[in-house]
Ligand binder design. Structure first.
Ligand code: PLP
Length: 257
């Protein structure tokens, strides 16, 4: 008999280098003592510098994996690759809190979701999300897909996502500049909440995957959105501190991402 553990379903792509994607999600769940069910949307061949190849999986395979995963306490989505996969996810999504990390491109530049996929994500998945976790470039692209002008500020963009029906939007400030890195949580009818910490240049990859996965584990355990974000940020701070220490020991060559 299986022991009842917190189980989270991770829907996303593999990263052959282990820096991001499902291997990061599973590692994060394991660190937090949670069990990871997975649905592979795409296989990628990549390293820290470039994505050499992407093989999206047929949508029926993705759907079958989600349906076979069984009951889960939360779902976290990452790379969804294309519109057929987004539609499969829409059909098969289990009834549980949903954290959507809107993975649109790798840091090295390659698109990880087609433009049709982006439209399907906005139309079908974001309205069902408990929390969406865009970084600043992702927020701009999602807002643009909703017809928000390019001169709009981040709050206007985040509120455009909230109007789709998602419960909350966490805008990650990692792509901004300045000595501090600030994430902002937007919810309908509530004041904006800020989470801030020192900005560390570490070249650490997969930070968005780690944060969203840890938040999903928190939600599966019954934490509220704010509590889950705080716990997840502590975990990420540990990773940044470790990476910064390695940078200091081994020099900038491994820290420039
Ligand atoms: N590859 C996969 C499969 C991912 O899921 C992600 C992000 O979630 C990335 C690449 C991008 O990671 P990074 O921004 O660290 O390059």
């Amino acid at each position: 008999m299986r022991i009842a553990m917190t189980r989270v379903l991770f829907v996303g792509g593999t990263d052959s280098s282990g820096g991001a994607g499902l291997s990061r999600d599973v590692a994060t769940a394991a660190r937090l003592g949670a069990e990871a069910a997975i649905a592979v949307t795409a296989i990628t061949a990549q390293n820290d510098r470039s994505v050499a190849a992407v093989w999206p999986q047929p949508a029926d395979r993705v759907k079958a994996q989600i349906l076979a995963a069984g009951p889960v306490g939360a779902v976290k989505t990452g790379m969804l690759a294309d519109a057929a996969i987004v539609t499969a996810l829409t059909d098969a999504l289990p009834p549980a809190p949903l954290v959507v990390d809107p993975v649109l491109a790798a840091s090295s530049g390659r698109a990880l979701l087609t433009s049709d996929g982006l439209a399907a994500l906005v139309a079908h998945i974001l309205p069902r999300a408990t929390l969406v976790t865009p970084n600043l470039p992702e927020l701009a692209l999602l807002a643009r897909a909703l017809g928000v002008g390019d001169d709009a500020d981040d709050a206007t963009r985040a509120h455009a996502l909230l109007e789709l029906g998602c419960e909350a939007v966490l805008v990650k400030g990692g792509h901004a500049t300045g000595p501090r890195c600030t994430d902002r949580l937007y919810r309908t009818g509530a004041h904006e909440r800020e989470y801030t910490g020192p900005r560390l240049a570490t070249g650490l990859r997969g930070t968005g995957c780690r944060l969203a996965s840890a938040i999903a584990v928190g939600l599966a355990r019954g934490q509220d959105i704010d509590g889950a974000i705080r716990t997840a940020r502590l975990l990420l701070a540990e990773d940044f501190a470790r990476a910064a220490k390695e940078c200091a020991t081994h020099g900038p060559a491994i820290c420039d991402g």
